[in-house]
Design a protein around this ligand. Structure first.
Ligand code: NAD
Length: 414
């Protein structure tokens, strides 16, 4: 099938490469010429397990020319949706991209389906996207179809996740629209849920809110366990054996970051408030997560005077397996440490270049050099941190790196 993907970031590039591997003819559209050149040379602009290999073996064309979407049967919209100041979602990029799609496809003769992959609040596809797509006299349901198919891939495992989804959700304007998307996904070994557009939008937000809830829940339990001298990890293990609970997303620590969970949770809170509902649980999940980020700094102050100290940071990516630092807990921690007069030396196996774009003036060093600092904070649970010698050091562990327990002073956040 001929497929266009608008936005070649984490989601667009990965689904583009995967759909090309499955035999589809894919064109990626982006505004960032550097990204386009890299993709056309078969180079990945981001780190994802298996992505380089995929790009070297499959042909995916990238371009900034929207005219190239003209022959597509499906146009996926995968541009970023970021939080606005009031925590509602900014649709700026999505609207711009939709306007371009609408303009280019106004003369397209054959039927096509525009599919939203970007995460949006319930009602957005119907209320904001379809009117733009109809602007040039084209009629949804007749000239073209519309779907909303949320993406659930996890960064770090995104290629695997796209190829082996737990489920595919197809929100459809009508069954004709959904049939086209169904034909693309029918051979995936996963349940396919066909629903209306706003339900699909809500499935994504509710799923991420639930995962966020699990993390904040175990952190709350962890904060209580720490005061009681109980190992939260053991408690989580005991809970996780219960199939009704499940062991995933029960790692206590400094909470969730990244470009999705915090934003999607805030998007749902903002939407609920906008329609007059006070989502108290969701608000507490978010508040607790914000407080949890700075726990390592609180603990650090028990052992080191931060002003003029050199603090080592192990881990800058928002989670292991990625070079993505968007929403990383390291950002909040570095901000506070710099504000209190510390010098920072940091190491991450993949994310130093991306972090350097945000903080060019902190020192990026080897992991061994981080160990020579006055104290060390572990922010990301990279497996390689289990291979370091922490003897004699002061370590505050925001995750759970077992080897670090050998430090002279060792404290885990919870
Ligand atoms: P991203 O910022 O990595 O990529 C977005 C891309 O869109 C960028 O390359 C940008 O240059 C491009 N772009 C912006 N405006 C454009 C336009 N008018 N025309 C063409 N290209 C344009 O974002 P992402 O992480 O891939 O996320 C995309 C969407 O998918 C978001 O709504 C996000 O919430 C959702 N999502 C992300 C993930 C994830 O793990 N990153 C998972 C599921 C869903």
């Amino acid at each position: 099938m001929r497929i266009s993907i608008i936005g070649s970031g984490y989601v667009g590039l990965i689904i583009g490469a995967c759909l090309a591997k499955l035999g589809n003819k894919v064109i990626l559209i982006d505004l960032d010429e550097k990204k386009i050149d890299a993709i056309n040379s078969g180079v990945s602009t981001l780190y994802e397990e298996g992505l380089d290999e995929l790009l070297s073996r499959t042909h995916v064309e990238a371009s900034s020319d929207y005219q190239k979407i003209m022959n597509s049967k499906i146009v996926f919209l995968c541009v970023g949706t970021h939080s606005d100041k009031d925590n509602s979602i900014s649709l700026e990029y999505l609207i711009q991209a939709t306007e371009q799609v609408s303009r280019v496809l106004r003369d397209k003769k054959d039927y096509y389906v525009v599919t939203i992959k970007s995460t949006v609040a319930p009602g957005t596809t119907e209320g904001r996207i379809i009117p733009i797509l109809q602007r040039w006299g084209r009629k949804v349901g007749k000239d073209f179809g519309v779907c909303m198919s949320p993406e659930f891939l996890r960064e770090g495992k995104a290629v695997y996740d796209f190829m082996h989804p737990d489920r595919v959700v197809i929100g459809e304007y009508d069954s004709k629209s959904g049939d086209v998307l169904y034909s693309l996904f029918q051979n995936f070994n996963a349940p396919i849920l066909r629903t209306n557009l706003r339900t699909a939008e809500m499935v994504k937000l509710a799923s991420n809110a639930f995962l966020a809830n699990k993390v904040s829940f175990i952190n709350e339990i962890g904060n209580i366990c720490k005061r009681l001298g109980i190992d939260t990890h053991e408690v989580a293990k005991g809970m996780g054996f219960d199939n009704r609970i499940g062991g995933k997303y029960l790692e206590a620590g400094i909470g969730f970051g990244g470009s999705c969970l915090p934003k999607d949770l805030k998007m749902l809170i903002a939407k609920a408030k906008q329609i007059g509902y006070e989502p108290k649980i969701l608000e507490e999940v978010s508040n607790l997560n914000e407080k949890q980020a700075l726990k390592p700094v609180e603990l650090l102050k028990k052992y080191v005077s931060i002003k003029n100290a050199t603090i080592g940071i192990l881990g800058l990516a928002f989670k292991p397996g990625t070079d993505d630092v968007r929403g990383s807990r390291a950002i909040e921690i570095v901000e506070v440490l710099l504000g209190e007069g510390a010098t920072i030396k940091a190491y991450d196996p993949l994310a130093m270049e991306n972090f350097r774009k945000l903080y060019p003036y902190i020192k990026y060093v080897s992991k061994e050099e981080v160990l020579n600092c006055d104290a060390i904070l572990i922010i990301t649970e990279w497996e390689e941190f289990n291979g370091l010698d922490y003897t004699g050091k002061i370590v505050i562990d925001g995750r759970r790196i077992i080897k670090a327990e050998e430090a002279r002073i060792y404290e885990r956040v919870c």
